[in-house]
Design a protein around this ligand. Sequence first.
Ligand code: NAD
Length: 490
Amino acid sequence: MAVAAEREYGLFIEGESAEPSDGEVRDLIEPATGAALARAAVAGPGDVDRAVAAARAALEGPWGKTPPNERSRLLHALADAIVANRKELAELETRNVGKALASTKAEVAVAAESFRYMASAVGSIEGATRPIGGSILAYTLKEPVGVCAQIVPWNYPVMLAAWKLAPALAAGCTTVLKPDAATPLTALRVAELAAEAGIPPGVVNVVPGDGPTTGAHLVRHPGVDKVAFTGSTATGSEIMRLCADPVKRVSLELGGKSPAIVFADADLEDAVASTAYGIYYSAGQSCDARSRLLVEESVYDDVVALVAAKAGAVKVGDPLDPETQMGSLVSQAHRERVHGLVETGREEGAEVVAGGEPAEGAGAFYPPTVLASVGADRTVAQEEIFGPVLAVIPFADEQDAVRIANDVRYGLVATVWTGDPARGHRLARGVKSGTFTINLPYGAFPGVPFGGYKQSGFGREQGLETLQMYLETKSVLLASGARPTNPWGL
Ligand code: NAD
């Protein structure tokens, strides 16, 4: 099927495309060209109310009684549909977000695998009997938490939609997913595929919109039982505040400033090539981008030279070209923000050894950039830039490396490159991050819990742990014989 980016996209409520009632329809821009791409609906508060009502009705209707095997079958059917439509989804994502087709193809594949993983994980949902002695039978039941509000950012729209939808549906919940208003196309397409796969109307609803209006209304909605959020730490903290009064369940997947730590005994070529991939994949617009390269002093100059060469060798260009490794950023506005932080780095004394100037032309391109001689306390070493910008920081020894790695407010992912496996394991315990990889640039796989320490959030995606975020535990106790005496004797 040809890419249908040029069509007009509605909301997705109760199993079908819906016109916004009090929202609006906006033009979407293709970031790599600056040209108009499609028109897409933005939900207003009344549209959110309709979506929550549809999710509630589906939960209280047949979906609430759907047996686990049937939920599993439907999730596999959706995974099959994503695989069957993978070309269309990847092209749609590339045109909407600007990232390279090679990347979006991989992300669509991960989206399908995430549904498959959770389809299998349905079988792991079980309670337990708890022997408490005497004549009381005590056991636990696992019940879906209810209607979920799931809010995702613009950087991995299809993959993060899958990371959110799959566990919620596996647990038997219903959901209202809110993608970013600028990048709604693949999530809407996945919702259509879910309906075609047989997932009943109202189970999956999609309401693209702006954060402070559509998003906040959804979070505050009394019909929502749980909020699952992926985005920046600032927004996550605002969402936590909104959830505080009604004591709404909330899980947060937030920002990162993840280190790659290179010791002199590492295979430097491998460490540097992998780190270049770890930062420039998705043009650095990844929560787990290895945006800080911590290098042992004795090899610091060699590594800076190597990484500058690797940055210069990344194939940047038309994201639809299958050879392209790095496409554009998501928007001109985001490119300005990224460049502003690079300028701050310059002013604070960093040396730009690769990139550092926006590309000419209408597309939102920014070159792979390396900042050397960066102090660990500088803005570019502390703040999430969310662009293709690597800060290279020297360290003296193992203790110093752990200190610098931990000296940020985030704790999402960290990687160590070393020839000494014991040191790798020592660092795994010393560094505060939700994921730690040893001589490996990849950290996110279906089945492996992914999430943050510190201000990178709480809760985990992608693992069996994720299912528990969508389940309540109910304890049931039954007097199965003579009961303990009522101490009041009434
Ligand atoms: P953002 O926080 O600005 O927006 C994320 C989503 O929240 C969007 O859909 C937005 O519309 C919505 N939103 C904004 N304000 C809201 C409010 N007051 N109430 C409800 N919803 C609101 O983040 P962004 O700039 O779109 O995304 C980038 C951030 O996401 C980065 O910090 C990145 O590290 C993080 N991220 C984290 C993970 C992870 O798994 N930890 C994965 C991807 C991205």
